[in-house]
Write a protein that binds this ligand. Structure first.
Ligand code: GUE
Ligand code: MG
Length: 279
């Protein structure tokens, strides 16, 4: 057992197809990423996004604002990009500094340019089963499972983590695929008994190597959303990969799993927005 699902490989394949598609378009897709303050984890992410956008032929612009930026200044920059026809996607990197109201910022983004799928209108569409922009991490996970031939309909899916960015939208996307979904979190009692029921286990709790082999049902599909840095600066997932892969039938690694797919879906949604403006 222990077949690795390579998000990296699938992401590379999808990006090649997307590059061909973009080169045939008359409108060049544009994505603006707004970052407020310095955040070490943000840096790799933003670098990867820039590199990927360039590879595909997307015009990407990074707006780096100082930590001291006021909420009003951020809101007016967003208003400016809402109007700017060159940009089809707007992403405001989270988390934002303490003094800025995150919900107010997400509400300010034009829902049609919200390529992160975090605007309450898009969240509501996901919840009620209407088409809309989707959160990129859970969307990328569904794509990865489909590409790997994982049957979701009727299966027991367990999500560990209930964040607005991963856990909650993941629940809805799995429901849409007709899985039976259980959401667990840090206050869940007898977590192990629940995760051991999972045919599909999605882990997004942000604690390094929290899920071990004995949390996993033999033959389960395991998706690791974690990105934790050890004291030595090594990137590790929420799942202890070495032991878990002995039990799982399929498992995503960190790095090279969910991360590259997240970025790919961001690009995909930016392109599909631009295509709506294409002749
Ligand atoms: N509004 C907003 N939307 C986001 O989607 C968002 C965000 N804010 N804030 C930060 C997190 C983090 N995130 C990552 C996505 C991909 C990689 C990625 O490409 N990882 C690679 C490389 C990692 C490495 O080598 O360090 C991998 O897992 O293989 C990393 C981090 C998106 N986020
Ligand atoms: Mg989370």
């Amino acid at each position: 057992m222990g077949n690795k699902i390579s998000g990296r490989k699938l992401a590379d394949e999808m990006q090649l197809e997307m590059a061909a598609e973009v080169s045939a378009m008359t409108v060049k897709p544009g994505l603006v990423v707004i970052i407020v303050g310095e955040n070490k984890a943000s840096q790799t992410y933003v670098r990867n996004k820039e590199r990927t956008a360039e590879k595909i032929g997307i015009n990407s612009k990074i707006e780096r604002l100082p930590e001291t930026t006021t909420e009003e200044d951020l809101l007016s920059l967003i208003a400016q990009y809402n109007q700017d026809e060159q940009f089809h996607g707007i992403l405001v990197q989270l988390p934002l500094p303490e003094h800025i109201d995150e919900q107010r910022v997400l509400l300010a983004i034009d829902p049609d340019k919200d390529v992160d799928g975090f605007h309450p209108l898009n969240v509501g569409k996901l919840l009620t089963g209407q088409p809309g922009l989707l959160p990129c991490t859970p969307y990328g996970i569904i794509k990865m499972l489909q590409a790997s031939g994982v049957e979701m309909a009727g299966k027991q899916a367990v999500v560990v983590g209930r964040s607005n960015i991963v856990g909650k939208p993941m629940m809805h996307l799995l429901l849409r695929e007709d899985a039976t979904v259980t959401v667990t979190h840090s206050k869940t009692v007898n977590l192990k008994e629940i995760t051991r029921q999972a045919d599909i286990l999605i882990v997004a709790i942000g604690r390094g190597h929290f899920i071990k082999a004995d949390h996993i049902k033999p033959g389960a599909v395991v998706v690791d959303v974690g990105m934790n840095h050890t004291a030595e600066g090594k990137l590790i997932g929420d799942v202890e990969f070495e032991t878990a892969q002995e039990v799982a039938s399929l498992i995503t690694p960190v790095p090279g799993g969910v991360g590259p797919m997240t970025i790919t879906m961001l690009m995909e949604q930016t392109i599909s927005n631009a295509r709506k403006k294409d002749k």
